[in-house]
Design a protein around this ligand. Structure first.
Ligand SMILES: [Zn+2]
Length: 104
């Protein structure tokens, strides 16, 4: 809970001068990105994306899971994205255990 207060405070500061609420729903750059959820990755930053530019879909390992594919279909068929990036990275924590180990 210690982090929750900090997060809510940060959100309040962000929201106080947020002026992009009227951006169109389709991504401005017609791009969707599928990336690992690794906290060390910051796709918006290292790809030069701004708010409203792209869909960024993240999960453990940046896997094209059923849910990720569902999101990409919605992104392309309903919201007009035309280019897709799948980003994996070195030192991915998802390579350090098996599904059986996780189940245990
Ligand atoms: Zn990873």
């Amino acid at each position: 809970m210690a982090e929750l207060k900090k997060l809510l405070d940060a959100n309040e500061r962000f929201a106080s001068d947020f002026d992009k609420g009227k951006l169109p729903m389709p991504p401005a750059r017609s791009v969707a990105v599928l990336a690992c959820m690794d906290a060390r990755l910051h796709p918006e930053k290292f790809l030069g994306l701004d708010i409203g530019d792209a869909h960024v879909i993240r999960n453990a390992g940046g896997r094209a899971s059923d849910d990720a594919i569902r999101s990409l279909i919605i992104s392309s068929k309903l919201l007009g994205t035309r280019e897709f990036l799948v980003i994996h990275h070195t030192d991915c924590g998802m390579l350090t255990f098996s599904n059986d180990e996780l189940r245990e």
